[in-house]
Design a protein around this ligand. Structure first.
Ligand code: MRU
Length: 365
């Protein structure tokens, strides 16, 4: 971390052993500046998530886990019981920093479960060492999972195709390698040539600022388009496939992802363009009803300004949902580390849940 290396290898978030703090690439200043920010306490982690210095579902999942580890390190409680009581408000505050991506709650809950089951009854230096080791292992696992799902998903792509992606589901949205962009990395690694169209993803411009930057940095042939040019690009036959990431996939295959994804999936169906979603198991919500999932609404200012300059009357109302939901009938396949899921998704997701609960490995598709 700390330099602009290839995003095949770069990590977005890392634990710093020397100072027991978290280092992250500040995604609010890219692509103009490559800056590392450091979080030394829970409030700084929550602020980094809310202000999107770190963003993307798997990346905030690991940030949440590491945030809770900071809370454990700061604790002076003498027993595990007291420690668990002490860190609970921090766990709740971290989880509510952004409501839609389930990975955030997943990261915090996994860490809390680890504390409950693996830490010694008396809180000690050993507890602190163990928790740090655990959150670092979650970060490593994220990279390995992304490589695995990406290598499988890459088989769906043919030589010479043009692929549209939305927002940033890249290395920057994960600890490393990426999900949707990980798949594209693996397509390239398999020796197939490809062109990528990146939609800019107004209002925060993750497509323009992050995806275009990340892919151009790694030598991809990437073309930026405005969100409003997606239909025209498909109508002209410029897009062969779509691949996006996800913030939450419910038990029946509803996909929550960056606002605009639903429009893309609808257009893809009309133009018979395969529409893929690439996401790890930590993005699956095996229990919730999709209608009850909270979609984050962000500040109207994100829509009413560009680069700090007002582009709309200051008094006008603005509606700014950060995510939307794509129904399963518009999704051709879901790519995860257990395989490629085709429709109908519900029975396969049910099998995934069983395997996830039992800790089993092997394909489900
Ligand atoms: O608001 P963001 O930038 O956190 O939204 C990110 C997305 O919607 C990504 O597509 C999603 O988290 C998948 S990241 C692998």
């Amino acid at each position: 971390m700390g330099d602009k290396r290839s995003f095949y290898e770069q990590r977005t978030i890392e634990w710093d052993d020397k100072s027991n703090s978290i280092m992250m690439i500040d995604q609010t200043v890219l692509p103009n500046e490559f800056r590392i920010v450091r979080c030394s306490n829970v409030s700084e982690v929550i602020d980094a998530i809310k202000t999107m210095k770190i963003r993307g579902a798997p990346a905030i999942g690991v940030a949440g886990a590491m945030g809770l580890a900071l809370s454990v390190i700061a604790s002076t409680s003498s027993t595990k019981k007291k420690l668990l009581q002490e860190i609970e408000p921090d766990a709740i505050a971290i989880k509510s920093a952004r409501p839609t991506a389930i990975n955030l709650a997943w990261g915090v809950d996994k860490t809390a479960e680890f504390i409950q089951s693996e830490l010694p009854e008396m809180n000690s230096n050993e507890s602190k060492e163990k928790i740090v080791k655990f959150v670092k292992s979650l970060a490593d696992a994220d990279v390995n999972t992304n490589r695995k799902l990406s290598d499988q998903g890459a088989k769906l792509f043919r030589n010479g195709e043009t692929v549209l992606t939305h927002c940033n589901a890249g290395s920057l949205a994960t600890v490393g390698y990426g999900t949707a962009l990980g798949v594209l990395r693996s397509v390239a690694k398999q020796g197939k040539t490809l062109k990528v169209f990146a939609a800019e993803a107004r209002p925060v411009l993750q497509g323009a600022r992050l995806t275009a930057y990340e892919l151009a940095n790694d030598g991809f042939d990437v073309t930026l388009i405005s969100d409003t040019a997606i239909g025209a690009s498909m109508q002209k036959g410029l897009i062969d496939r779509v691949v996006v990431g996800a913030d939450r996939i419910t038990k029946d295959g509803h996909v929550f992802n960056k606002v605009g994804t639903y429009q893309i999936a609808t257009l893809a169906k009309r133009h018979r363009v395969p529409f893929y979603v690439a996401a790890p198991l930590s993005t699956f919500d095996f229990d919730a009803d999709w209608k009850k999932v909270k979609i984050e609404e962000r500040s109207p200012e994100e829509i009413k300004t560009i680069g700090g300059q007002h582009t709309a009357p200051e008094s006008v109302k603005a509606f700014n949902p950060a995510f939307d939901v794509t129904p399963p009938e518009l999704v051709t396949a879901i790519i995860c580390e257990k395989g490629i899921l085709a429709r109908p998704f519900a029975p396969k997701i049910k099998r995934l849940k069983r395997k996830a609960l039992k800790g089993l490995s092997g394909p489900v598709a």
